[in-house]
Ligand binder design. Structure first.
Ligand code: HPA
Length: 246
């Protein structure tokens, strides 16, 4: 049984440093996950890796089967998940290449299957989502980042947008008024579904660009890719240091 799951996002379709042991094709009552689950050894520990956007990277954020992904991981013994998410930086200190461990989230997505508690219910269920990310997992990641001198933003509110288009400048201004520090397209419903399955879930966000209207530079896929590469190296360092302590 593998206790730790890693969900890779944009820029992390494959986990470098992962020694692949086997691949599992897992069906779920909710359909197929984004890709076969990869069981492997990372930093000397068995982990289960799932690329959120598939392998190759071809499933857009609004078409990811988040329910199948999390269900498949849980079905195979995963109880803790570290998710990687590419984001745009809204507040001035969220610069390209930075790492952010968000502690709050606002959901602006729509029409995504977003709950397991939908039908065939014995009773209506409302899960507590006051703290959307696992307090323990965040604390551990933050302690390790401090130990290893890996710079991270220790908190932040993640605004989850529908995509796949990027936002307008006015939409980003609204998110900023709402209190969002970063914006991304994959944080929800993933975090809420993890809570419904009682999984410990934390996110390491990598800032890929300044959000719309926050920089004179146009936001291009090239720019996003270049900044992600820079940030992901440090995100992997953090993961590598964290895993033996999880
Ligand atoms: N907006 C939404 N999602 C993103 C962005 C952005 O600017 N950058 C990377 N993912």
């Amino acid at each position: 049984m593998t206790a730790l799951g890693i969900i890779g996002g944009s820029g992390l379709a494959a986990l470098s440093g992962l020694r692949v042991l086997r691949r599992l094709v897992q069906q779920s009552p909710w359909g197929e996950p984004s890709a076969p689950l990869v069981v492997g050894e990372f930093a000397g520990v068995e982990v289960m890796f799932l690329p959120r956007h598939g392998q190759p990277h071809a499933i857009p954020p609004h078409r990811v089967n988040y329910r199948a992904n999390l269900w498949a991981l849980r079905e195979n013994g995963v109880r803790r998940i570290i998710a990687f998410n590419a984001v745009g930086g809204i507040s001035a200190d969220m610069r390209p290449g930075d790492l952010v461990l968000p502690d709050q989230i606002i959901d602006y997505t729509w029409a995504r299957p977003h709950t397991y508690f939908e039908s065939d219910l014995d009773r209506v269920t409302h899960v507590d989502f006051t703290e959307p990310y696992s307090r323990e997992l965040r604390a551990l990641l933050l302690a390790i980042a401090a130990d290893r001198n890996i710079q991270v933003h220790t908190r932040g509110t993640y605004g989850a947008t529908q995509g796949p288009r990027l936002e307008s400048a006015a939409e980003i201004a609204r998110l900023e008024r709402d209190g969002c520090h970063v914006v991304g397209m994959t944080g929800m419903p993933e975090a809420a579904l993890a809570r419904e399955l009682e999984l410990d879930y934390a996110s390491i966000c990598v800032v890929a660009n300044r959000a719309a209207g926050k920089s004179p530079e146009p936001i291009t896929m090239d720019l996003i890719q270049k900044n992600l590469e820079q940030g992901i190296g440090r995100a992997l360092q953090l993961l590598q240091a964290a895993i033996p302590r999880l």
